[in-house]
Design a protein around this ligand. Structure first.
Ligand code: G3H
Ligand code: 13P
Ligand code: ZN
Length: 321
């Protein structure tokens, strides 16, 4: 039976984006696949009084079971209240690749969906995004579209080069589709290997400027925005891992972007690194340990601290709930 996100205490992203653009900050969009990740996100956002977008990918639905994830998000609303917070929580489908998947998520209580048609020809991207918007808006669910292709691996599609968003297309795209926000490609990419060693790790803030001029005040989203903290990479490598030449987006560039119309910043890989570093360290330091709480507990704590750091020092969303 279909359930409305409003009944479970979630919100869509519309109002949050209006406030974020006016206030010069971005809302954290953190992915979760399991309980510890979700707990860390909620604890971090309550402790910093930040709004939050909980992201679920198709892969997460496959891994954890879609029903379980949806009830976990419902539980998260109550958990935040128990922790003493009244923070706005959005449940968002990350990288939806079909109309049917978006509909299924909306029916199960998602308040926001992404339809990622960036790999399709432009007209197809427009047509599917419009179809999703027409359905989603009937239920007051917000929709994110994407233009441009991020280099690296994106949902099993591999792009060798960035295909930067073409500023001359954005106005036509948002007008024809009616999407509520637009993900753009300006040199960010998914995963832990975003730049080649020895190259200048720079995103194209000039293209962002150009896009903003074409659609002033329209909510912009940045995917692939992990910074790949080198202290975490070091801990992983010192404790049996092998992550060579992992490089992310410098935090000061994300801070700058967050001050503009960029109002949602997606971070997943940094959380994966924080958890992996903590787990590897426990395994190395205490080889006799076999209680999952003894390694997932420290992983959850490390994740919470990472998320708080992002909120306070990079996104600027603390105190904005
Ligand atoms: O953009 C991708 C997110 O990091 C989710 O990754 O598809 O492996 O769950 P995933
Ligand atoms: P990262 O891999 O840089 O964390 O990006 C995550 C993302 O864009 C999720 O949609
Ligand atoms: Zn993404």
């Amino acid at each position: 039976m279909a359930v409305s996100y409003k009944e479970i205490g979630l919100v869509n992203s519309r109002e949050l984006f209006v406030r974020a653009i006016k206030g010069g900050y971005a809302i954290p969009a953190y992915n979760f696949n399991n309980m510890e990740q979700l707990q860390a996100i909620i604890m971090a956002c309550v402790e910093t009084n930040s709004p939050v977008i909980l992201q679920v990918s198709a892969g997460a639905r496959k891994y954890a079971n879609e029903t379980l994830l949806r009830y976990m998000a419902e539980g998260a609303v109550q958990y935040a209240k128990e922790l003493g917070g009244s923070i706005p929580i959005v449940l968002h489908l990350d990288h939806g690749d079909s109309y049917e998947l978006c509909v299924s998520c909306i029916e199960s209580g998602f308040s926001s969906v992404m339809i990622d048609g960036s790999h399709w020809p432009y007209d197809e991207n427009v047509a599917v995004a419009k179809k999703v918007v027409d359905y989603a808006h009937k239920y007051d669910v917000t929709v994110e579209g994407e233009l441009g292709i991020l280099a690296g691996v994106e949902d099993e599609v591999k792009a060798d080069e960035h295909v930067y968003t073409r500023p001359e297309e954005v106005e036509d795209f948002v007008t024809k589709t009616g999407v509520d926000s637009l993900a753009i490609a300006i040199g960010t990419s998914h995963g832990a290997y975003k730049f080649k060693p020895g190259t200048d790790p720079k995103i194209r803030l000039d293209i962002l400027d150009e896009i903003e001029k074409r659609i002033p005040g329209f909510p912009i989203v940045l995917h692939g925005s992990s910074s790949v903290p080198q202290d975490l990479v070091k801990i992983i490598n010192e404790n049996g891992g092998k992550l060579d030449n992992a490089i992310g987006i410098p935090e000061d560039q994300l801070r700058q972007a967050a001050k503009s119309a960029v109002c949602k910043i997606n971070i997943d890989s940094d959380g994966r690194l924080a958890m992996t570093a903590a787990v590897r360290k426990v395994f190395n330091d205490k080889p006799q340990e076999f209680d999952p709480r003894k390694y997932l507990g420290p992983a959850r704590e490390a994740l919470k601290e990472l998320y708080k750091h992002k909120i306070i020092n990079v996104l600027g969303s603390s105190g904005k709930a």
